[in-house]
Design a protein around this ligand. Structure first.
Ligand code: NAP
Length: 253
């Protein structure tokens, strides 16, 4: 049974991946849609032509992750595509944000992504794809977005290393690193702090990010960076000393 697994499918980028991958693959038996909001997943499934398995689970809960492992063992799917999109961010100073929410962010963005990847790998074969939602926040430590940026650096580093490890098995890992994307992400992220206005000027749609990502995944690219401003930001982060970029960011804030 050929399947695609998408976390964070109830909203934003994950939901858009479900739509675009559903339109692209005609030989897929099932799409497994994962998130906590079951009603959203049900609505999405009715829109898709591929049969969907709705998996309503909290990825930060160990027991729910184990049940997911049991499901994999029972169904023995051939996972052709895994998209790890579930994630959230919080703006604000480390000391101003609650410890509970910041550790939850690490559990979802890092631990759950790693565990999903680990649990799915035995069911993948040559030419399977792993898509990891990182962020342009992975390119630079960010004041007032410290834990989020650090989680995304983890995702990028982990995924780039894993890509090298999986070359022998013919499994390709692509890290997607967009700047701001117009989704519900900001409803939670801006609860305690505001995004820099200059960053908001570069906002793009989830459709555009995913269209580019799907092409890059097809072409087996290591990195998918959607727009010119974010590609330029990536290059600046590589060539300028960190101190200089911090100063530029300070001037823009
Ligand atoms: N939007 C941006 O500006 C932006 C930029 C760069 C990278 N990203 C990254 O892109 C990914 C998708 O973000 P988005 O913009 O699509 O945000 P979004 O619209 O808020 O979607 C987040 C998804 O994660 C799911 N989720 C959150 N907590 C969960 C949990 N504990 N267990 C299971 N699922 C959970 C949510 O579903 P439920 O609430 O139904 O569980 C939702 O489907 C994230 O990893 C984010 O860090 C976003």
């Amino acid at each position: 049974m050929n399947c695609m697994i998408i976390t964070g499918a109830s909203s934003g980028i994950g939901q858009e991946f479900a739509r675009q991958l559903d339109a692209l693959f005609s030989d897929m038996d099932e799409i497994w849609l994962i998130a906590r909001r079951e009603d959203r997943l049900e609505t999405l499934s009715r829109e898709l032509r591929t049969m969907c398995r709705i998996i309503s689970m909290d990825l930060t809960k160990e027991n729910e992750m184990e049940l997911f492992g049991d499901l994999l063992e029972k169904r023995q799917p051939c996972i052709r595509v895994l998209v790890n999109s579930a994630g959230f961010g919080l703006m604000g100073a480390v000391e101003a944000l609650s410890l509970k929410e910041q550790t939850e962010m690490i559990r979802l963005n890092c631990t759950a992504l790693t565990e999903m990847t680990y649990r799915c790998l035995p069911y993948m074969k040559r030419n399977s794809r792993i898509v990891q939602m990182a962020s342009s926040a992975a390119f630079l430590p960010q004041k007032n977005f410290a834990v989020y940026a650090a989680t995304k650096s983890y995702v990028l580093s982990f995924s780039q290393a894993l890509r090298e490890e999986l070359k022998a098995r013919g499994i390709c890992v692509t890290s997607v690193c967009p700047g701001p994307v117009d989704t519900e992400f900001f409803d939670r992220a801006e609860q305690y702090g505001k995004t820099l206005a200059v960053k908001k000027m570069t906002i793009v749609s989830a459709r555009r990010v995913v269209r580019k990502a799907v092409r890059d995944v097809r072409d087996k690219k290591a990195l998918s960076v959607c727009s010119v401003p974010i590609r330029s930001f990536q290059v600046l982060c590589k060539i300028l000393p960190q101190k200089a970029i911090f100063r530029i960011m300070e001037m823009l804030s």
